[in-house]
Design a binder for this molecule. Structure first.
Ligand SMILES: NC(=O)C1=CN([C@@H]2O[C@H](COP(=O)(O)OP(=O)(O)OC[C@H]3O[C@@H](n4cnc5c(N)ncnc54)[C@H](OP(=O)(O)O)[C@@H]3O)[C@@H](O)[C@H]2O)C=CC1
Ligand SMILES: O=C(O)C1=N[C@H](C(=O)O)C[C@H](O)C1
Length: 270
């Protein structure tokens, strides 16, 4: 089978470098383009150089139209507005679109879902590591089994992260809410400050820490009377996300248009 021709969007970013390096390691994909924001310092640079590798002969561009000709898939870890725009382009061309971008609003997510209904093969996940997808399965089961325990989700990331709570923390919150047959939006407590009063039973709490170069730490706590369960995940290298994103792209190439999750890719969805 010929390699999947991929474009890396956000090529100048932290995940852009990891995605370019992953593409260089995997024979099943061919990096045919690299994209960044108009005005970005990455424009015109070689993708390989940006990833700390030898030059790959792929220069970073800023025009979606020019780059998407001759591509099968977009690997996109950028920003919400860029991901929505790319999803529309993927729908118009019937492309695979792997979205790792977090911090999307409800309107952004609705636009991405619409692109999935209109021809794009989209895999979107707040976290592409297999360990994290497995953890969401455990959290759903634990929240169901310990239905009266308080669920709190703590995350820590590097000091350059711009959205909170992390996409992963929200994914874990959704898993706990599914386990309890409740809607996260109606039960989440994202911030506590001042005289909050006692904790409201049945809520799912979030706490956010930022500092240093932490790649991504998440802990789900189930606190009951006289005991506490802590489910932890610590990412040690961004390669784990990049490998997952490539796996998702290769899987989605064989699917019909739609919006899929990483649990679908790994065969863990119901
Ligand atoms: N789902 C997952 O597994 C993971 C998700 N993430 C998420 O991925 C996203 C990116 O993270 P990270 O790489 O650390 O962030 P960075 O800020 O390092 O990279 C983002 C890149 O996207 C570029 N960009 C912004 N707007 C556009 C645009 N319109 N078109 C093309 N490129 C654009 C930025 O350019 P410039 O800097 O010039 O603005 C930058 O190069 C975040 O939302 C993060 O939460 C991160 C890790 C794992
Ligand atoms: O911004 C990051 O770095 C990360 N973002 C994702 C998130 O918001 O959960 C995934 C990972 O935790 C790293």
């Amino acid at each position: 089978m010929s390699p999947l021709r991929i474009i890396v969007a956000g090529a100048g970013g932290r995940m852009g470098a990891a995605n370019i390096a992953a593409a260089a390691r995997h024979d099943e994909v061919d990096l045919v383009g690299a994209l960044d924001r108009p005005g970005s310092a990455a424009i015109g640079k070689d993708a390989g150089t940006l990833a700390g590798l030898d030059p790959m002969g792929v220069l970073v561009g800023d025009s979606i139209d020019a780059l998407l000709e001759g591509a099968d898939a977009i690997i996109d870890f950028t920003a919400p507005a860029a991901s929505v725009a790319l999803a529309r382009e993927a729908a118009a061309r019937g492309l695979v679109h792997v979205i790792g971008t977090t911090g999307c609003s409800a309107a952004d997510d609705a636009a991405i879902a619409e692109a999935g209904r209109s021809g794009a093969r989209i895999v979107k996940s707040g976290n592409f590591s297999p360990g994290m997808v497995a953890l969401t399965v455990l959290v759903e089961k634990a929240a169901a089994a310990l239905a009266d325990y308080d669920v709190e989700i703590l995350e820590m990331h590097h000091n350059l992260k711009v959205d909170a709570p992390s996409g992963t923390a929200l994914m874990l919150g959704e898993a706990a809410a599914r386990g309890r047959n409740i809607t996260l939006a109606d039960h989440s407590v994202r911030v506590r400050d001042g005289h909050t009063g006692p904790r409201e039973a049945g809520t799912i709490g979030f706490a956010t820490l930022r500092g240093g170069n932490v790649i991504g730490d998440h802990m789900v706590i189930l606190a009951g009377p006289s005991e506490r369960i802590e489910l932890n995940h610590r990412a040690q290298d961004r390669t784990i996300y990049a490998n997952g994103a490539l796996k998702a792209a290769l899987w989605a190439a064989g699917q019909k248009p739609g919006l899929y999750s990483m649990a679908d890719v790994l065969g863990l969805s119901d």
